[in-house]
Write a protein that binds this ligand. Structure first.
Ligand code: HEM
Length: 239
């Protein structure tokens, strides 16, 4: 694709490479569209200062919204598994932590806060931060389901002591998932280096230039990516 940037005489050519399928993008946005109301209605039931809202008709309404959103939220990964099982398994494998993620953690403050690109070791299709987000979302999805379904249908049947533990784990899952979500939202929407993430979640593609810079291991393969990184570090040391 060729674009003409304002203030630049020559046209810039962008080469796009595929990153997400249509189902993955639809799933991502439906996940967001159900997660946010689930978190908001959950908070109404959780925070004591919001408790007046959880009474009477308003309370009934919030509980209904929570349940309707929960059904869609719960079904999304199952639909994904039915239609694109290999892609789901690929993502689960890619999200698993590896030793090299420690390199990302160590470099992240200088990279994100000071803009020092040369300190960041080459990353795969997802960097360690994105993998953490994926992993937290998968684990909390399972915890929400395993605790939420018995909370929904087991009132009066499940022993009260066990029921209380279900609620505690449901609440803990909310705290972890919402904290992760806020970091993810900031990086995706506000951070100046991360603009291409939103493009790929909307259109399914990423620019080759962005992939080479941010996901070098995926773009070049591990060996070439390491060579390029070593060169970059040597150059930075000379300046
Ligand atoms: C499979 C998904 C989910 C299911 C089946 C589910 C189900 C439930 C049910 C049945 C309740 C009890 C509501 C009542 O009192 O009538 C509840 C409460 C709650 N849910 Fe969920 N939920 C799910 C996902 C989520 C998500 C994604 C969040 C937050 C991000 C969340 C946060 C909460 C909170 C904070 C409460 C209040 C618990 C308390 O009383 O302390 N839930 N949920």
């Amino acid at each position: 694709m060729t674009v003409q940037l304002r203030g630049r005489a020559e046209a810039v050519t962008i080469q796009w490479i595929p990153k997400y399928t249509f189902l993955e993008r639809l799933g991502h946005w439906l996940h967001t569209a159900t997660f946010v109301p689930l978190a908001l209605t959950g908070m109404v039931l959780y925070f004591p200062f919001l408790r007046p809202l959880a009474q009477g008709e308003a309370g009934e309404f919030f509980r209904l919204v929570h349940r309707v959103a929960a059904v869609i939220f719960g079904l999304l990964p199952i639909v994904y598994y039915i239609f694109q099982p290999r892609r789901l398994l690929l993502h689960i494998r890619e999200f698993l932590p590896r030793k090299e993620d420690i390199g990302w953690l160590k470099a992240a403050p200088a990279y994100y806060l000071l803009g020092k690109h040369e300190v960041m070791p080459p990353q795969g299709r997802f960097n360690a931060g994105e993998k953490l987000n994926g992993l937290v979302m998968m684990v909390t999805w399972a915890v929400f389901g395993l605790t939420g379904i018995p909370m929904w249908f087991g009132k009066g049947v499940i022993p009260p002591e066990l029921f209380r533990w279900l609620v505690v784990f449901h609440d803990l899952a909310m705290i972890v998932a919402v904290c992760m979500f806020l970091v993810h939202l900031y990086l995706a929407v506000a951070h100046p280096l991360m603009w291409a993430g939103l493009v790929s979640m909307r259109f399914g593609v990423t620019s080759a230039e962005y992939a080479a810079e941010h996901h070098a291991k995926w773009y070049y393969g591990p060996k070439r990516a390491m060579e390029i990184w070593e060169e970059k570090k040597r150059e930075a040391a000379h300046h």
